[in-house]
Design a protein around this ligand. Structure first.
Ligand SMILES: Cc1cc2nc3c(=O)[nH]c(=O)nc-3n(C[C@H](O)[C@H](O)[C@H](O)COP(=O)(O)O)c2cc1C
Length: 197
């Protein structure tokens, strides 16, 4: 098995960027789904959910995922942009824990382009008339959704950008687990050190 043990820190950094990029384009890759956590000030608890990794912008190490503007995670981010990402790839035995600063993408053109390119099945998630987490009488059926209101989907479609500030990488290995901590600033690797697994 390929290991990060013998790599230089800069090589590990490039490797991680490469793996995350693969996760953004390959639905079968172990990093295609990730755990995104925000802080819920109201309850005082952290809140986590699975999201699909849609894009990696390598030069400033920013990850993108799509969500409903009305969802809790957006409300959480508007109060506290500090957030957390968690990946685990069972095949490569690689866990990546990421401190990040997240915000809504404000570039309307980029948002529109993404929407226009998205598949109908993905768009359907945004035609739900009520906000995620709303209490409802019974579970919804897609057949009941009003997909005629073409604006509804786009109105609530939003893109979250999570900018990486710290990486904690753990590789499980029979000969000894390997763990690295890295600080990142605008996509540049600022510091790296081995730490106890
Ligand atoms: C496999 C899987 C993929 C998901 N992908 C997304 C996603 O890309 N974006 C999203 O907003 N929610 C996604 N969800 C739903 C979220 O996990 C969550 O239930 C929803 O966004 C509401 O979260 P919130 O109320 O905490 O904001 C996904 C759930 C699963 C199980």
């Amino acid at each position: 098995m390929e290991t990060i043990r013998d790599k230089k820190f800069t090589e590990i950094y490039s490797h991680i960027l490469g793996e995350i990029e693969r996760g953004s384009v390959d639905r079968k890759h172990g990093f295609h789904l990730l755990n995104f956590s925000t802080y819920d000030e109201e309850s005082g608890y952290p809140d986590s959910r699975i999201v699909v990794l849609r894009k990696l912008i390598k030069n400033n190490f920013t990850l993108r995922f799509h969500t409903d503007l009305r969802s809790k995670k957006i409300a959480h981010l508007q109060k506290n942009f500090k957030s957390f990402l968690l990946f685990y790839n069972q095949k490569s035995k690689l866990q990546i824990r990421i401190k990040c600063d997240s915000q809504l993408l404000s570039d309307e053109k980029s948002k529109k382009d993404t929407w226009d390119k998205s598949q109908e099945i993905s768009r359907r998630c945004y035609y739900v008339p009520k906000a995620p987490s709303s209490v409802i009488d019974k579970p919804i059926l897609n057949d009941d959704l009003d997909v005629e209101d073409k604006n509804l989907g786009y109105k609530v479609f939003s893109i979250i950008e999570a900018k990486v500030v710290e990486l904690d990488i753990l590789e499980l290995n029979y000969s000894g687990h390997v763990r690295v901590k890295m600080e990142v600033q605008n996509g540049d690797l600022i510091s790296s050190r081995w730490i106890m697994p």
